[in-house]
Design a protein around this ligand. Sequence first.
Ligand code: GTP
Ligand code: MG
Length: 443
Amino acid sequence: MAFEGISEKLQNIFKGLKSKGRLTEADVKTALREVKMALLEADVNFRVVKQFVKSVEERAIGQDVMNSLTPGQTVIKIVNEELVKLMGSEPVRLPLHSGLNVLMMVGLNGAGKTTMSAKLGGELKKYRRPLLVAADVYRPAAIEQLQINGGKVGVPVFTMGDKHNPVDIVKAAIEHAGKNGNDLVIVDTAGRQHIDEALMEELVAIKAAVKIDQTILVVDAMTGQDAVNAANSFNERIGIDGVILTKLDSDTRGGAALSIRSVTGKPILYSGVGEKLTDIEQFYPDRMASRILGMGDVMSLIEKAEAAYTDEQADKLAKKFKKAEFDFNDMLEQFDQMKKMGSLQDIMGMIPGMGSKLKNVEIDDKAMNKPKAIILSMTPKERANPKCINPSRKRRIAAGAGVEVSDVNRLLNQFEQSKKMMKQMSGMMSGKGGRRGGFKFPF
Ligand SMILES: Nc1nc2c(ncn2[C@@H]2O[C@H](COP(=O)(O)OP(=O)(O)OP(=O)(O)O)[C@@H](O)[C@H]2O)c(=O)[nH]1
Ligand SMILES: [Mg+2]
């Protein structure tokens, strides 16, 4: 899970701060020294760390903070605010003007350019008419990969095979876009293992030959300092306009996410959060800071739930909860809805305070398979009215699902328990809007 190490360290530091009623200057300095170590260990650029700690210290060591009622909380709040600032403060939307826009995706080998090109195409298709362009003529199967991904998101792919040079391909693609009513051209370029002069020349040549509106650097969040150094070189050599971080679903330490904005001075536009082509999110500095601090990412969780549930479904569910009418048919439906929200591991990681608790727990998405199989081997009548499930029915259900009768019993007990809980909770859940409230920081 992303940011595990740094989250845990920061939370421990904060616990120490909060346990003290009053804070001395020395307390704050000690805590900040630990914050500094945690950031360095997460592979954050050392200059960025130095500046960060200085900014926090300037704000934290003052009479206002020391004399406040909850100095520990105040210091934590400052750290949070400075982290948000480090990643750009406000979310930045990809700037698109009216008429034809050309985006060029650049970055190191394997950063996720081809995947992200398709993800962006799929995302921006809502507002634009995108065209993907296969300008990686070096890596075997790169063109095919883009074609397959383009097909999956329903975005056309322009290719001239691998016998032309990328400058000619991009020129022809722009002409093609003009003729076919595409107003957004997304160019997938070749990656290299390291910054490589020939590659840089090629990108410079493309930029000289056609008008590129946005040069977007795709950065693998797993790679920390290396990514940041590469970003610097790309920026100096060809000039970049924005950054996209990929693989934020993996167990990245946080270094790239925290350094890249401040090192390049360019906004982080989106993040890639999985291998599926819908795994793309707008980048929100405040939400990312919450995740890094181990406060969870409640907003993203709510958005995911809202995307998976229609208003109608949410209302229906809330009503059933209220009357405790929830049955196994509903439970089955929930399993499928949960799947739409992503992997269980990811979902749990967004819940405040859960990230660090899950450290060594492997959450298996298959965990839902057993109860699902049991419910599937019930008759519709049994699902709607679990009370009628007598011992002989239990045996039949167990045999049908390939489990033990004790597994069936366990599920039935859990079900009764949750019905009781639902009754108690129903007062707290009042429609969709209600889910937004009630969020508290875990420390
Ligand atoms: N988990 C995860 N995997 C990703 C993400 N984005 C890309 N990948 C995977 O990373 C690998 C490389 O992605 P590509 O899109 O081929 O990367 P690329 O930059 O085009 O690579 P080259 O063309 O070889 O330079 C693939 O296996 C992708 O599925 C992401 O956000 N999360
Ligand atoms: Mg590629």
